[in-house]
Design a protein. Sequence first.
Length: 404
Amino acid sequence: MAKILMKTPLVEMDGDEMTRIMWKMIKDDLIVPFVDLRTEYFDLGLENRNATDDQVTIDSANATKRLGVAVKCATITPNAARMEEYDLKKMWKSPNGTIRAMLDGTVFRAPILVKGIEPYVRTWKAPITIARHAYGDVYRDVEMRVPGPGRVDLTYTPADGGDPQSVCVHEFAGPGVVEGMHNLDESITGFAHACFSYALETRQDLWFATKDTISKTYDHRFKDVFADLYETEYREKFEAADIEYFYTLIDDAVARVMRSEGGFIWACKNYDGDVMSDMVSTAFGSLAMMTSVLVSPHGYWEYEAAHGTVQRHYYKHLRGERTSTNSVATIFAWSGALRKRGELDGTPDLVRFADALERATIGTIEDGKMTGDLARITTLPNPRQLDTEEFILAIADRLQKELA
Ligand code: NAP
Ligand code: MG
C-alpha cells in the first residue's frame, strides 16, 4: 500500500512519562506505516525543557505560528516534588500555559462517545463541549503571603501620567494571603468570537456563565463583552442557524448542565473550564476519552489529550509491570491534527486517513477490546482488557482492514 503524502509538516511536541511511551507506539504502529509523516519535532519532555531553559517550548509555539497545526503530548508541570525528581534549575511554567498565551487561543474539549461506555448522568445523550478561556485570571496571578498586620492596596498607574487610582484590598489584623488577577478586553473579546464562531460552525447552542452578581466589575466585564458581541455581530447568524446563545450564573449553569441532554458548547472562564472539563469528562466515562483543541483567532490549531502524563502508570511501567493505559485521547489528538492539516493543504487522503483512524479506534472498543479504565465501567458483556500496547496493536489491525 502506498503511503499517504503530506504537503506541510505538523509541529510535533513530545512530552513526558506514560504519554511519552504511548506517543512513540502511536507513531510507530498507527501512523508511520500508513502516512509519509512529516513533522518538525520539539522535545517538550521535562529534561529537555530544563536543558534548554524552556526555550524549546517557545520555539515550538513559534513553529506553530509558522506552520499552523500542532499535535502535543501531555507534559509535566513542575511542582516541588518534580524539582527534586528531575533536579531542575527552576520551577518551569506549564508549557500549555506558555503556548496558549503565545497563540492566544481558546481550548475546546469534547468527550469521545462510544457504545458501551454510558455517561454517569443518565440524561446526557450528546457530547458537551467545554470552551475554556485560556488567558489570565488565577493562571496569571500574582500572590503574596501577608506576614502580619498591615494594609494591602490595589493601584493602577496610568501610562499617560494621569492620577493613580487605588482601592484597599484588606486591612489585615493578622497574617493571611492576597492575590491579584487580571484579564484583557482583547482576550475576552477573542474568546467570545471563538465561541460564537465555533457554535455556528458546529451548529450547537452556546452557554456562558460567570459569577457577575458577586464580581460586579471583573466577571461582569465578561458578561458584557459576550452580550455586546452577540447583539452586534452574531444574533442574526444564530437565529438563521436556529441555535441559541444563553447566559446564566455559573451555579445555575452547573445545575442546568446536570439535567440537560448535552449537545451544546459550554463557554467557561479559565478556572471554571479547568475544573468543569475534568468533571464532564469523568462523567462521560473517562478522562482518557476527552479531546482538546486550542483554536487561535489567528488561524493556528493545537491538538492534544485533555489528561496528564498518567504518572502512576509510568512508575508501574518503569518497574516492569504491565500497564493498561488508555491512548484514545492521544490518538484523537493525532487524527485531529492530521485532519486539519489535510483540510488546510487540500489533501483529502490525509482527511480520510484521520477518519479511518478514529473509526478503527472506536470500533475496537465497541468490539469489546479496551483498556482497564474502560473495561471497569463498560456495559458491554465480556469486555477484554488489553495492555497499553496490545490495545494500540488491536487498533492497528482494524485500521489495516479499514484502509484496505
Ligand atoms: P493525569 O495524568 O491525568 O492522571 C490522573 C489519573 O487519571 C491517573 O492516575 C489515572 O487513574 C487516570 N488517567 C488519566 N489519563 C489516563 C489514561 N490515558 N488512561 C488511563 N487512566 C488515565 O493527572 P495527574 O496524575 O494529576 O498529573 C500527572 C502529570 O500530568 C502532572 O505532572 C501534571 O502536571 C501533568 N498534566 C499535564 C497536562 C497536559 O500536559 N495537558 C494536563 C494535566 C496534567 P488511575 O491511576 O486511577 O488509573
Ligand atoms: Mg484540570
